[in-house]
Design a protein around this ligand. Sequence first.
Ligand code: F6P
Length: 353
Amino acid sequence: MRIGMLTSGGDCQCLNATMEAIAKVLYKKDKDIEIYGILDGFTGLINGKYKKMEKADFDNILLSGGTILGTSRQPFKTITKPDENGRDKVEMMVKNYEKWKLDALIVLGGNGSHKTANLLSEKGLNVVTAPKTIDNDIWGTDVTFGFDSAVKVATETMDNIKTTASSHGRIFVVEVMGHKTGWVTLYSGIATGADIILIPEIPYDINKITSYIEKSDKKYLVIAAAEGIVEKEFSSLKNKERRQLLSEKNLKSQVEKLALDIRTATDKEVRITIPGHTQRGGSPTARDRIVSMQTGTATALNIINKNYGVMAAVINGKIVNVPLKEVAGKLKVVPADAEIILQAKEMGICFGD
Ligand code: F6P
């Protein structure tokens, strides 16, 4: 068999760990297998860039974050539009798959990548995927690889903030990644014992937050705020309209507005900390490596068993193969009434609602 493999979209700590698991199974099951490592995600498939992999290339790569194949963003909304040279990108991908005589294509990717993977599957390519993203927002799986490692970094950032916040008696707003969802913020916020946790799924009322702060008898406070937070007052507006309002006030983000509003209303010292892309770096956690092993092994077995057009998901700790057409175009958001949120509220954590 000849298999193409690519990593697509934002990287995470577990891409190499998942590829190591896939490769171990494939080389064990099929001594003659050839793996074509497609470089820089779908961009490599479009432009015909690959590296013929050797078994040794996958030895002990599980400890390193990033991806040995490189990655890139090829937004789905422009995938059917011609590239700068007027070429049809989807046609180029299909042509290269056929030119290289691939039997199947493995895609390790997030939400957008799953839409493209599904499109290629509909075009007749044998595609299998595994769920990658720190955001944990892929529909159809309880967990994605990368999530736990990002939670660890965000938690450590907030843990480290506490001493300086305490020394100075300040309020710290820590902006956590997660795109349109609040999974990383919720888990790291609870893990660090944040006083206030704000996620996009629960639009916040600034008055609830400032009155919580005024009533608090603590010398300092930590606020875990997702990058995608939404203010209740403006929640009916489109994203573009909300961005416009912020730029009229010379504010770069909603988190910046939150910090400013708190400062104005409470007269307390407020600082913002943004761990940013460090949340995608470093070595994967043990828990994440297990998810990589589970989904990587299942992905390789889907290749061996010719079970195409599916994503290897983890549901209740067990592997379930979910059809790509069911995954594509959906988002897994945090339910506002999730048990973990209700418990956090019992502990007195404020969600701004
Ligand atoms: O999807 C992963 C993610 O890290 C999001 O949490 C974040 O919004 C985005 O990627 C950042 O993208 P980029 O690496 O392109 O700046």
